[in-house]
Design a protein around this ligand. Structure first.
Ligand SMILES: Cc1cc2nc3c(=O)[nH]c(=O)nc-3n(C[C@H](O)[C@H](O)[C@H](O)COP(=O)(O)OP(=O)(O)OC[C@H]3O[C@@H](n4cnc5c(N)ncnc54)[C@H](O)[C@@H]3O)c2cc1C
Length: 405
């Protein structure tokens, strides 16, 4: 890290240690990120970090965004606020790259100020891994597209539709035939709420999730929902390719969130192992059965963080510095490797912290369960499952002609 990046990390952590950290267990219990926290995070410059300032972003890059997201997760290790932050840094960048000028000016400045959200609406009940098989349709009628279908497990639904001035998503819908698979999908900037006005012919509901409660996960239902032409992102039928770029960028920040959560759990294990004494009044840290798993998590955590930085710096070469010889496709491999390692390290760190605490970890008072259930969301899904990460790495390494999903 350069001195400026270190300064940024310290200032973000100082801000979050006062605003977010004191309330992280409350917001998890109350199942809500207070709107004023989102607004303050926006004022602090934690959203749309890689988006240029003329579009209301911070004019930063993906390394700074990764640093910010790690600090957010460290200060809310149930990772709810980190999810909101990582989505509001990765997907707005795709809108900035490929959106229509008017749409960018409508959405991005509000996202940057912490008064808006721009997430991803891809997953359908047929299975989130099969993006090319998605069925939600967008039928062209004059100057409008008419959307029909349902998206499920979508993050940020209540925040977007009930709390903020603007709630929107990169919506993937089928403009071609089902047999066109990934070549028949288009990306839209779907605005579900603007200043309290909901989109026409559109409904939503919230799911009861088992963790990271403060951010909502829900369903978006489209029943002849109209979207104007200006909200098409990029070209018609090219939405799959733009979504894949968005997923890679989001995976870097998912990985950063898991690093922050893993660091928090590791610190709990370290502290408890020093304090808890037994047998000849020795701290449990003096037993290798306790200290070695902690050391192993530390080794994995430090390695995974370097992978996150490597992937983020590669993203910066491709998208921010636009260095010759780098293509968006190059990111798939490193972003997937970072996610494999960061997510599995975070879960391992949560597990080691719980084992170190013993039975106390199984009480609500210990708060470790909030961290474990939060990082579990990234183990089972979210921005692509761990198996899909392995599939991408294998495909890039061995060859597309050998490796099939
Ligand atoms: C808390 C939470 C929030 C989320 N937020 C969003 C969001 O904001 N927007 C959004 O669009 N989606 C969101 N998702 C959905 C997420 O992206 C999906 O969970 C993910 O894409 C996997 O899809 P699925 O859960 O339907 O699993 P499936 O695709 O049904 O897969 C089930 C299992 O089969 C495995 N599998 C499937 N195909 C293969 C294969 N070819 N090879 C090997 N293994 C395979 C998978 O790895 C997985 O373990 C969220 C999920 C969670 C849990």
């Amino acid at each position: 890290m350069s001195p400026d990046e270190k300064l940024f990390k310290d200032s973000v952590n100082e801000f979050l240690s006062k605003t977010l950290n004191p309330v992280w267990t409350n917001i998890d219990s109350e199942k809500r990120i207070p709107t004023e926290i989102i607004n303050k995070m926006g004022e602090q410059g934690l959203f749309a970090i890689p988006v240029p300032e003329e579009y209301g972003g911070q004019g930063g890059n993906f390394l700074l965004a990764s640093i910010a997201v790690e600090e957010v997760a460290y200060n809310d290790p149930a990772v709810a606020t980190a999810v909101f932050t990582l989505l509001n840094n990765s997907w707005p960048f795709i809108l900035y790259l490929y959106g229509n000028e008017e749409t960018k000016q409508e959405i991005l400045p509000l996202v940057g100020k912490g008064r808006g959200f721009f997430g991803i609406a891809s997953t359908e009940s047929i299975g989130g891994s099969d993006v090319a098989g998605e069925r939600t349709s967008a039928r062209k009628e004059g100057s409008l597209y008419v959307i029909n279908g349902e998206k499920i497990y979508i993050s940020g639904v209540r925040e977007s539709l009930e709390q903020l001035d603007l709630g929107s998503w990169y919506l993937i819908a089928r403009t071609g035939k089902p047999e066109d698979k990934h070549r028949g999908l288009t990306g839209f900037a779907f605005i579900g709420n603007k200043n309290g006005r909901k989109a026409e012919n559109f409904e939503y509901s919230i799911l009861n999730t088992i963790g990271r409660h403060a951010i909502s996960t829900g369903l978006l239902r489209f029943n002849n929902t109209p979207i104007e032409q200006k909200y098409v992102i990029g070209e018609e039928n090219k939405g799959f390719y733009l979504a894949m770029q968005g997923f890679s960028l989001a995976r870097i920040l998912v990985s950063a969130a898991n690093i922050g959560a893993a660091k928090w759990a590791l610190e709990q294990a370290v502290r408890f192992s020093r304090e808890r004494r037994m047998f000849d009044d020795r701290p449990i840290a003096s037993y290798q059965g306790v200290s070695f798993p902690i050391a192993e998590v530390a080794a994995k955590l430090e390695s995974a963080r370097l992978l996150v930085y490597k992937a983020a710096q590669l993203a910066d070469k491709i998208y921010i510095k636009k260095e010759a010889g780098y293509r968006p496709h190059d990111l798939n491999y490193w972003a997937s490797i970072a996610k494999i390692m960061a997510v599995e390290t975070a879960f391992n760190s949560a597990e080691v912290a719980m084992k170190t605490y013993g039975a106390y970890s199984y009480t609500e008072e210990a708060d470790l369960f909030r961290n474990m259930l939060g990082v579990l969301s990234y183990y089972v899904g979210a921005e692509g499952s761990q198996n899909i990460m392995r599939y991408i790495v294998a495909r890039e390494l061995i060859g597309r002609e050998y490796v099939k999903a």
